[in-house]
Write a protein that binds this ligand. Structure first.
Ligand code: S3P
Length: 441
């Protein structure tokens, strides 16, 4: 069977074992970008050597950063450009593959550096909305154009230059809750002259702010965490970064252990940034047994989690304020909800429609194909849990999180479940199959 097609079957045994999930995807992108921009040599460890993050590192090398030894294994040194990218006559063509984070964050950086660049990606990425970064970056003075077949979509052409707003500070209120948009603005603002303020209506993951501080560029945050202000002209200083495990990758095993009778697993060195961990609270509300065994606070908090089977697992209502904090976990949470007793209501989550796939449509159609009772809404879904799931052949729609979520669903379904178009699992969790075998053997 090709690695683009994977199968899982009803599993009669508990999940057992102890694994360390790979490095965090969001943090790895940011480590590559900031180490690549900084003055001096940074040591990066536990970088996620997935296709997405390696693309970001390659982009920074195209700008003149050097990496030694070649990544993979996941620890290496990056010597940054110290603010001066290599100059080239030709536009730099950067392939962002499947990664919205890479495209949006790099668009912020490149808008403010003296480079001419074209950012492109795969068909999924070239159909995702880029207007959300084009609007604020253009308002900052950036020259950034959508050159895609669809309006507001990649490829993006950027004619970068020094941005300056010395007369009046740049002040922007984001219409969508998006860490990628926030980060694009903060990165452009950091390289610009003048002051930048970004206002959010809801809190989003704060990895960019934390890592900028780690590289010596402080961002001031309002007490409610919604308004961020920085002064431009930052000089990032190289530093060492140790990347914790990806909470979003750990999420698949958390759900699997909650729903599989007799399970007890330990997940080591999982990132526990409070802007990412709402899934723990939601699963606990559903009756899950999840314990944080130890926690360490560095640039990012991380710790070991023990997750065991929850015999009384039941549905819940997801609050609007929880959505940005668990946006990437909603596909696997939907699988948990289908295995729980009672209803789970997920609303205010229209952002799911513009992820690597339309995750409302893809989750609903796959859950229904397995026999679950689901109502679809424009901004979410209502899952009536407790129906017996049946194995079948499902499409991943090229979406890594859909593929992994439904391989987990296959553990609870009668018969076997085959997922097509799974190769993008490599974008976030290259050793997923190995961990699947390890925990389920
Ligand atoms: C990410 C932010 C989120 C998330 C994505 C990674 C990041 O997207 O869904 O997988 O690294 O900043 P939005 O910021 O668009 O919500």
């Amino acid at each position: 069977m090709s690695t683009d097609t994977l199968t899982s079957s009803l599993h009669h045994y508990p999940l057992r074992g102890d694994i360390t999930v790979p490095g965090d995807k969001s943090i790895s992108h940011r480590a590559a970008i900031l180490a690549g921009l900084a003055r001096g040599t940074s040591r990066v460890s536990n970088f996620l050597c997935s296709s997405d993050c390696l693309n970001t590192l390659a982009a920074m090398q195209q700008l003149g950063a050097t990496v030694s030894p070649a990544p993979n294994p996941s620890s290496f040194s990056v010597t940054g450009i110290g603010g001066s990218p290599s100059l080239s006559q030709q536009p730099i063509a950067i392939d962002c593959g499947n990664s919205g984070t890479e495209m949006r964050l790099l668009a912020g950086v490149l808008s403010a550096l003296p480079v001419h660049a074209i950012l492109t990606g795969d068909s999924s990425l070239c159909s995702r909305p880029m207007g959300r970064i084009i609007t604020p970056l253009s308002a900052m003075g950036a020259q950034i154009k959508d050159r895609g077949e669809r309006e507001g979509c990649a490829p993006l052409e950027i004619n970068g230059k020094k941005l300056a707003f010395t007369e009046s500070p740049f002040d922007y209120t984001m219409p969508v809750a998006s860490a990628q948009v926030k980060s694009a603005i903060l990165l452009a603002g950091m390289l610009a002259e003048g002051q930048t303020t970004v206002r959010q209506r809801q809190k989003t993951r704060d990895h960019t702010e934390r890592m900028l501080a780690h590289f010596g560029h402080e961002i001031s945050t309002s007490p409610d965490g919604l308004t961020l202000t920085e002064n431009g002209g930052a000089r990032l200083q190289a530093t060492d970064i140790s990347i914790p495990g990806d909470f979003s990758s750990a999420a698949f095993w958390m759900v699997a252990a909650c729903v599989q009778p007799g399970s007890e697993i330990i997940l080591r060195r999982v990132g526990l940034n409070p802007t990412r961990t709402a899934l723990i609270h939601v699963l606990q509300r559903m009756g899950a047994h999840i314990e944080v065994l130890s926690q360490t606070d560095e640039c990012e908090p991380y710790g070991d989690l023990c997750v065991s089977y929850s015999p009384e697992f039941h549905g819940t209502d997801i609050r609007a304020d929880e959505i940005p904090n668990l946006i990437d976990e909603i596909p696997v949470l939907s699988v948990a909800a289908a295995c729980a007793q009672g209803d789970t209501n997920i609303r205010n989550a229209a952002e799911l429609r513009v992820k690597e796939s339309d995750r409302i449509k893809t989750v609903v159609s796959n859950l229904r194909a397995m026999g679950a009772n689901v109502v679809e809404f424009d901004d979410g879904m209502l899952i009536h849990g407790g129906a017996e799931l049946c194995g079948c052949t499902l499409d991943s729609f090229g979406d890594h999180r859909i593929a992994m979520s439904f391989l987990i669903a296959g553990l609870r379904a009668k018969g076997s479940t085959t997922l097509l178009h799974c190769k993008n699992i490599d974008t976030s969790y290259p050793n997923f199959s190995e961990h699947f075998t390890l925990l389920t053997r």
